[in-house]
Design a protein around this ligand. Structure first.
Ligand code: HEC
Ligand code: HEC
Ligand code: HEC
Ligand code: HEC
Length: 161
């Protein structure tokens, strides 16, 4: 009787262990680590930054001009626009099209802070998001040919929140 109960317990543990391993492996297979998620996913924990950004930053409209001009542009030209006017174009989880990824059809939080998936999954681990920024984080888009809204160091804090 006692022996049987021990055996039963043992196999139950095995079944549970096998289940945990299977589920674990399955989720490793389709991990979202490193992906872009869009600004709306930041709102609940960073209400203030999100509110200021939506209210003041022109970045939150950066997709509109491109959308309006899209019919006059070739696919190659459009891809160039997307690289600077959308969030994460061509990157995992990033902008694909206005229809498929409306939440990424502008320059969101992540164009400056980098993809947010891991930071959010961890419940806000600061090591998993880019917190300290430098001019190199801006010049991929704000290069010398597009210098109107861009000047010197103080502007590192411009266009954000
Ligand atoms: C290398 C990055 C880059 C590329 C490529 C790019 N833009 Fe821009 N664009 C910017 C930046 C940065 C600004 C705003 C800063 C400025 O005006 O100096 C801007 C501003 C604009 C503006 C004026 C702002 C507004 O919303 O009215 C329009 C319109 C525009 N871009 C359309 C386009 C279109 C269309 C394409 C593709 C043919 C394109 N851009 C390609 C970076 C880029
Ligand atoms: C134009 C670039 C840019 C964009 C877009 C941007 N930020 Fe920031 N963010 C910054 C800069 C610059 C700092 C200050 C970093 C430092 O102190 O070196 C910062 C700091 C922060 C901080 C740290 C606390 C603070 O306020 O200093 C949080 C949280 C943050 N941003 C969240 C967000 C969220 C959420 C969004 C979108 C709603 C966003 N950011 C969009 C540039 C940006
Ligand atoms: C589940 C809540 C949560 C969500 C969602 C979230 N964050 Fe955070 N974030 C935090 C917490 C908590 C901190 C740490 C605050 C601290 O240590 O003072 C933080 C810190 C930061 C910092 C500062 C990092 C540093 O080095 O100081 C930035 C930048 C930031 N978040 C950006 C974002 C962005 C962008 C998004 C959306 C893609 C986002 N966060 C979504 C909770 C969240
Ligand atoms: C992915 C490309 C991209 C990156 C990276 C980027 N920007 Fe921008 N930014 C834009 C575009 C596009 C606009 C023009 C939006 C419009 O007017 O339609 C813009 C607009 C601005 C403006 C105009 C004023 C306003 O209210 O928005 C400022 C200032 C600015 N960006 C600062 C920065 C700074 C500082 C950084 C780096 C920390 C940065 N940007 C990184 C694409 C980018």
């Amino acid at each position: 009787m006692l022996k049987k109960a021990v055996w039963y317990k043992g196999s139950l543990i095995l079944v549970v262990a096998a289940f945990v391993v299977t589920v674990g492996l399955a989720s490793v297979g389709r991990t979202n680590s490193g992906q872009y998620v869009g600004s709306d996913a930041c709102a609940e924990c960073h209400e203030e930054e999100y509110g200021n950004f939506k209210k003041y930053a022109k970045k939150t409209h950066s997709g509109e001009a491109v959308k309006i001009m899209a019919t006059d542009l070739t696919q190659e030209e459009l891809a160039e626009c997307y690289a600077c006017h959308m969030t994460g174009y061509g990157q995992p989880g990033g902008f694909v099209s206005f229809e498929k990824t409306p939440g990424l059809a502008d320059c969101g939080c992540e164009v400056c802070h980098g993809p947010g998936y891991d930071h959010i999954e961890s419940g806000g681990d600061s090591d998993l998001i880019k917190g300290k920024l430098s001019m190199e984080d801006c010049t991929s888009c704000h290069n010398p040919e597009r210098i109107d809204a861009f000047d010197f160091k103080p502007l590192l804090y411009g266009g954000a929140h």
